[in-house]
Write a protein that binds this ligand. Structure first.
Ligand SMILES: [Zn+2]
Length: 389
């Protein structure tokens, strides 16, 4: 099977509790929706093992690991970001976080062994975790650990594209000095959203200039603007960088209905993004694509539909947008959440056509496009002002 899916209900144990927005029900509802739609028919699910400490040390300090393990006893380890509103301490925190890392590592191992050319793991994508501290609902940074592992197992050039509404700061920080990893993050502008980083001027440290790329988008950006910015920056850089594998963090908190942020994408936009990522992996990364989840806090109306499209795209089983939501799924959801207003189909009815940058018409996202191109294109031998580059 060239494309694979990592899933195990044990991943639902990464549960920050109470009414924390990072609720694992979003994963459960996604897998159920994908199953009901037949997307997962005959697809063997890859079952992960927890990452071992040696693997976690690829991105985290031994002191931090000890703090994570200790926290359920001590209640908080504030020096390491644990016990805050964003990152509450929960039972089994180390174990369930290590399993999330193990799930993305399993995907990386499959790619390195040539057993799969594409793997999707919606439980992964904890892109904010830092070397020494938890941040933004993320305890261990599965993305950074898997990329670091790939670099030790036959890969010299890894591209990481982060489409979450928040800046992929933890992954950027992990590879800021490493020219072997090209990190590209599209996110809501840092003036207007946590974590307040991800400016176009963050281009990578000395020796790795140009390996960190940031596209900060104005609040309210819709599908056509987002896709215009993406197409003006990402394909040219991937063509020049020639990655051996494309790793993508596919957070869906960029949706208009997401309660935590202010971009205005739709499920249709998300679907268009995944299809573009697949095409770019085929064109520039030898077809190798490791896709993980990430943010997404409209738990019922958005995440299950968007990530079902993600899984379907990875498997080449694209779901047409006008596909109705299966009644069995709808009824299951309504039993648990009787007041939920569910959409009727796998679409928000939004057009995803966009005008490519360089058409002579100014759009609000063009400031971001110009800033990012001018910051990094010359470092890759590309002309920032020539739309053909
Ligand atoms: Zn996010």
């Amino acid at each position: 099977m060239p494309a694979s899916v990592v899933w195990d209900p044990a991943l639902l144990a990464y549960d920050l509790g109470g009414d924390h927005p990072f609720n694992p029900v979003r994963l459960e509802l996604t897998i159920r929706l994908a199953t009901e739609l037949g997307v997962l028919a005959d697809v063997p699910l890859l079952v992960p093992e927890p990452a071992i400490e040696e693997e976690l040390h690829r991105a985290h300090s031994p002191e931090y690991l000890e703090a994570v393990k200790r926290a359920p006893m001590t209640g908080a380890e504030l020096a390491h970001g644990l016990g805050t509103e964003d990152n509450p301490v929960f039972a089994g925190m180390h174990e369930s976080s290590a399993l999330v890392v193990g799930s993305t590592l399993l995907a990386a191992r499959r790619l390195a062994a040539g057993e799969s050319t594409r793997v999707v793991n919606i439980a992964g994508g904890l892109h904010h975790a830092m070397r020494d501290r938890a941040a933004g609902f993320c305890v261990y940074n599965d993305c950074a650990i898997a990329i670091d592992w790939l670099l030790d197992h036959g890969f010299d050039r890894v591209a990481y594209v982060d489409t979450d509404v928040h800046h992929g700061d933890g992954v950027q920080a992990a590879f800021y000095t490493d020219p072997r990893v090209l990190t590209i993050s599209l996110h809501q502008h840092p003036f207007t959203l946590w974590p307040g980083t991800g400016y176009a001027s963050e281009v990578g440290a000395a020796g790795a200039e140009g390996s960190s790329v940031n596209i900060p988008l104005p609040p309210g950006t819709r599908d056509p603007g987002w896709l215009r910015a993406f197409s003006a920056v990402v394909p040219a850089l991937l063509a020049e960088f020639r990655p051996q594998v494309l790793v993508t963090q596919c957070g869906v908190d960029s949706h208009e209905e997401d309660p935590l942020a202010d971009l205005a994408l739709s499920v249709d936009g998300h679907r268009a993004i995944y299809r573009t990522l697949r095409e770019l992996a085929e064109k520039h990364a030898g077809g190798r694509w490791l896709a993980v989840g990430g943010g997404g806090y409209q738990l019922i109306r958005v995440v299950p539909r968007s990530w079902t499209h993600l899984i379907a795209t990875v498997l080449d089983r694209d779901v047409p947008p006008d596909t109705p939501l299966p009644l069995t799924w709808v009824n299951d959801v309504l039993r648990a959440a009787p007041s939920a207003e569910l959409p009727a189909a796998m679409t928000d009815g939004r057009p995803t056509d966009y005008r490519p940058w360089g058409d002579g018409v100014d759009e609000p996202v063009d400031v971001a496009i110009r800033d990012t191109r001018r910051a990094v294109f010359p470092l890759h031998g590309l002309d920032p002002d020539d739309p053909r580059d």
